[in-house]
Design a binder for this molecule. Structure first.
Ligand code: M6R
Length: 608
């Protein structure tokens, strides 16, 4: 949830680290800081606030150094104030640490250090790492880091500077992402490739327990047992443009508008138009295991969990394969019936969500086959799972997930198609589904062309305090997703319900102040949804409907209609969610909210 970036080389590290922090700010943004080494002295500047504020502070200081580490924070232990911001510095000032993750046993360690006379100056768990390294130091920084980490229980990605060895950054990872970037006579460490992409595309993904040592002349990687290992160098496949706003006011809007392309990319090379089928190379060897499994689980959090709900419905309806969806945070604690005949699909945009990783580990510990559906290549979930399917949505920077959701559902649709054909779906039906998938990018474009109209609708409702989202079948998870989008970026309370459930409780909330968003495509429940709309109107509720293009009847009932092209049940959720993303976006803009950095949230939730 925090961002780490470090540089060592021949250039001034300060602007490089500050630029990296700016690019990482979407990961956590309540406080930030930087440490540099200059003439064997440690200079640290940190603030509660944004990277731009830190930047202004540094502009007056004119720091220059060839080595620096920086951090942008999402508070876990201790308020987001200056003392709790990172880097955390040891009592004697010799060690500076930036940390992403949580040290679970920090309290007993802290007490032990305090009993030995150590004074702490923050409320963070991370300061314990600096203290342990400082007290363990006996002439070799990486040895001191190893020694300190051997005492720690929890998750960490860290980068460490020391005045005692000023030409070195030591970094380490366990359960929180960390990469090393390799440039020409310069090296980087970062929690996310976005931080260093302006300088290099060559990266090494550290694995759990590994340590990296960076100097201006080179790098080394060590195992937990202190053995030197050679790591594969990966070339990042996307460009800087992918992590820039490209003329859009917000990343979220850019990412919404990228969807015709990202949906296409999720299908590229995977559709078999002649056969009415799909091919998914990443799980080709596991398709039989999926088909014959005793239990199939989807596990995920947030938006990815909504995609999982759609996956479950498609598996059952079209492939006739039962599946269950479980919040990753609940999965490990509910003692699920998982064994070696179970398959668990972990769905995650970031591939770093701690709860989802924990669910995978739980399933694997019972012998289950864990498969990933991830966006970020080389992420922890991608590496912890036996095999998987990348969604290829490109970097998603907006905290509110948009393009990842439609790509996840697209990939789940391909997977369902593949399984359904094996389970007896006719070639004819397969061809129909392939055809409808192929139409998606154009259809999404058609919906996006209504953005200005949706912005006007958003103006009408921007002052509402509550929203209800209603849909049925595959559109119920879409309703949940619409409500989540609205609440996380506009802070309006919103709930999603299966439309027919309205009369079992939520109807009590309906009055003239309650906007209700209906998903009402022309499908088998259309007439029932019409009745639900009537029920809301009868209680003076205000109704926004996402309806099938050409549906005139519904326009007479609703206050506002947003049309989407007619679609099969297979592809409908992908289309129907687009107006809801736009509605949430424009409501948040109208309310003056910080769309890309909503309060209290972070892009990737790497703590349980
Ligand atoms: O990276 P993941 O897909 O694992 O993240 C899961 C959730 O944290 C994420 O979807 C979150 O709910 C988003 N902010 C939703 O917009």
């Amino acid at each position: 949830m925090c961002g780490i970036v470090g540089y060592i080389g021949k250039r001034n590290a300060v602007p490089i680290v500050m630029e990296g922090l700016k690019r990482l700010e979407y990961r956590g943004y309540d406080s930030c800081g930087i440490a540099v080494l200059h003439d064997n002295q440690m200079d640290v500047e940190k603030i509660a606030g944004k990277v731009d504020d830190l930047q202004s502070r540094l502009a007056q200081a004119h720091w220059a150094s060839e080595i620096a580490i920086g951090h942008t924070r999402w508070a876990t232990h201790g308020e987001p104030d200056q003392k709790n911001a990172h880097p955390q510095v040891s009592m004697s000032g010799d060690i500076a640490v930036v940390h992403n993750g949580i040290i679970e046993n920090f309290l007993p360690l802290k007490r032990e250090l305090q009993n030995n006379g150590y004074n702490f100056s923050s409320d963070t768990d991370s300061e314990v790492i600096a203290a342990l390294i400082s007290t363990a130091y006996a002439g070799n920084l990486e040895a001191a880091v190893q020694e300190a980490l051997s005492r720690i229980i929890g998750a960490y990605g860290i980068a460490v500077l020391s005045t005692r060895e000023p030409g070195k950054i030591v970094c380490a990872r366990y359960g929180a992402p960390l990469i090393m970037g390799l440039g020409k006579e310069e090296f980087f460490v970062a929690s996310d490739v976005a931080a260093i992409l302006a300088h290099t595309k060559d990266v090494i993904y550290l694995d759990n327990g590994e340590i990296g040592i960076l100097t201006a002349d080179g790098y080394e990687t060590l195992t937990r047992k202190n053995e030197s290992i050679s790591k594969e160098v990966h070339r990042v496949s996307f460009d800087l443009a992918a992590i820039e706003r490209g003329g859009f006011e917000h990343f979220m809007l850019k990412e919404i508008f990228e969807q015709p392309q990202t949906i296409y990319d999720a299908m590229r090379g995977r559709l078999l138009p002649q056969d009415g089928n799909a091919r998914l190379g990443g799980i080709a060897d596991d398709i039989g295991t999926i088909l014959h499994a005793d239990q199939r689980y989807f596990t995920a959090c947030g938006t990815s969990w909504h995609a999982a709900l759609i996956g479950e419905m498609m598996f059952e309806q079209f492939a006739h394969l039962p599946a269950e969806v479980e919040y990753a945070s609940e999965f490990r604690y509910r003692e699920p019936l998982v064994d070696k005949r179970s398959v668990i699909f972990a769905i995650s945009q970031s591939g770093e969500t701690a709860d989802t990783l924990a669910a995978i580990q739980e399933a694997k510990s019972h012998g289950a086959t864990a498969l990933g559906i991830c966006n970020v290549v080389g992420s922890s979930i991608a590496r912890e799972t036996k095999a998987g399917i990348y969604i290829h949505a490109g970097p998603e920077i907006g905290v509110a997930s948009t393009k990842a959701f439609t790509s996840q559902v697209t990939v789940l649709t391909l997977l369902t198609l593949r399984l359904a054909r094996m389970m007896g779906m006719s070639e004819e039906q397969g061809l129909e589904i392939v055809e409808s998938l192929q139409k998606l990018p154009e259809q999404v474009e058609w919906i996006l062309n209504q953005a200005d109209r949706i912005a006007k609708i958003a103006q009408v409702y921007a002052k509402a305090r509550n929203f209800l989202y209603l849909g049925r079948g595959v559109n119920f998870p879409v309703a949940l997703e619409g409500a989540l989008k609205l609440k996380e970026i506009s802070y309006i309370h919103a709930e999603g319900y299966p439309a027919a459930e309205m009369k079992h409780g939520p109807i009590a909330l309906i009055d003239e102040d309650m906007p209700v968003v209906f998903l009402a495509p022309k499908d088998k429940t259309y007439d029932k949804i019409l009745s639900n709309i009537q029920e809301v109107k009868a209680r003076k509720g205000r109704v926004i409907v996402v309806a099938t293009e050409g549906d005139k009847e519904i326009a007479d009932l609703a206050d506002h209609v947003i049309y989407v092209p007619a679609a099969l049940a297979f592809t409908a959720p992908i289309l129907n969610v687009i107006p809801l993303q736009l509605l949430a976006y424009y409501v948040a803009v109208e309310r003056g909210c910080n769309v890309d950095q909503p309060r209290n949230l972070a892009k990737s939730v790497t703590v349980e």
